[in-house]
Write a protein that binds this ligand. Structure first.
Ligand code: SF4
Length: 346
């Protein structure tokens, strides 16, 4: 905490490239090192950990700092630790649950009428064990400058598209100069009005909200919407709040999406607390996603009936604008499916 207070009182020089890159390159990649750091001995654990999963563990120190030492059930730890259950084959859990592996163009997915998704980066700062893109063929979707031209041509030809979404891999893995150059290209397409950035990077390394990034997003002619991915109230600390405030001050719209995860946030108390803390930090709860059934994630899945029950409790507890929409994404559907709470037989 003392360290955080020092960080918050530092001037702008703290929010520069060298800070976040330092935390990124020093991320924990070995489960054993992470457990040791959290003072957890293997014999204390109520589960078995995979030391060498191909979808490697990756978790930066600023996120680890929000975990509770000595607690094997810490809700942040359980999101990043590769457990033995990931190796179990379970019917219905597949490599490509959303049918995304055949992209429209390299690095571009056009699933919904008015918006396209561009994968500017092929890695993330944290490897979330429930990620629906954990098997995505990123190596076939690495963007070169030639691919940028193809993407811009694609946007030029379809006037129904008014929004470009930069999404995972995490777009903020790209450095600010690269982002600036790409955004400049998008700005040349007259009918694009909005830029949406989906990122978990500032959640795990708040220092990613650099001064240059804030300037870049706030000075673009595109209206910017920033969507964070926060699953548990313990993920929000003072430093993340400071990062969000930096975006909020410039008028950028802040939204959050959450994945409903068994044993992590599958109860109304935790999610109500999350909504309150999000709003305290200028972020509106946007979506609560049912888990996408990707291979290796079945132990996170929560039944729809449980989700509906939680949502009904949230409606009692929270102001309407703090209740996220419960949604499911389905392969081939031209929009997300909202789960109908009123007509669900509870
Ligand atoms: S940050 Fe997002 S895209 Fe990256 S692993 Fe986590 S959930 Fe997946």
């Amino acid at each position: 905490m003392i360290q955080n207070v020092q960080i918050l009182t530092r001037n702008d020089s703290y929010w520069q490239d060298n800070e976040w890159k330092k935390w990124l390159s020093g991320a924990f990649s070995s489960p054993n090192n992470l457990l040791q750091h959290l003072e957890l001995a293997p014999e204390q654990l109520p589960y078995r950990v995979l030391p060498d999963h191909p979808f490697r563990q990756r978790v930066p120190q600023p996120f680890v700092d929000r975990m509770e030492a000595g607690n094997p059930d810490d809700p942040l730890l359980l999101q990043v630790l590769p457990l033995a259950q990931e190796a179990e084959e379970v019917d219905g859990y597949v490599e490509d649950p959303l049918g995304e592996h055949d992209s429209t163009l390299p690095g571009l997915l056009h699933k919904y009428q008015s918006r396209v998704l561009v994968m500017l980066a092929t890695a993330c700062a944290v490897n979330c064990r429930y990620c629906f893109r954990r098997e995505f063929p990123y190596s076939d979707n690495k963007l070169g400058k030639g691919d940028w031209t193809a993407i811009i041509n694609y946007l030029q030809q379809d006037e129904d598209i008014n929004e470009v979404i930069l999404s995972g891999g995490d777009p903020l893995i790209a450095n600010d100069d690269y982002l600036a150059a790409f955004i400049k290209q998008i700005e040349t397409v007259k009918h694009i009005k909005r830029l949406r950035i989906h990122s978990r990077l500032p959640v795990v390394i708040p220092q990613r909200i650099t001064s240059k990034l804030v300037e870049l997003l706030s000075s673009s002619r595109l209206q910017c919407v920033f969507v964070t991915h926060i699953n548990h109230p313990n993920e929000i600390d003072e430093l993340l709040g400071k990062a969000m405030q930096r975006l909020h001050q410039t008028g950028i719209t802040l939204l959050n999406q959450t994945v409903l995860l068994r044993h992590i946030n599958d109860n109304a108390e935790t999610l109500a607390d999350l909504s309150e803390k999000l709003f305290d930090n200028h972020i509106l709860p946007y979506y609560l996603h049912l888990l996408d059934k990707v291979k290796g994630s079945h132990h996170f899945d929560t039944e729809e009936a449980v989700a509906v029950d939680i949502m009904q409790q949230l409606q009692y507890r929270l102001a309407g604008f703090l209740v996220p929409k419960l949604v499911r994404e389905e392969a081939g559907k031209p929009h997300k499916s909202w789960i109908d709470l009123a007509n669900n037989n509870q």
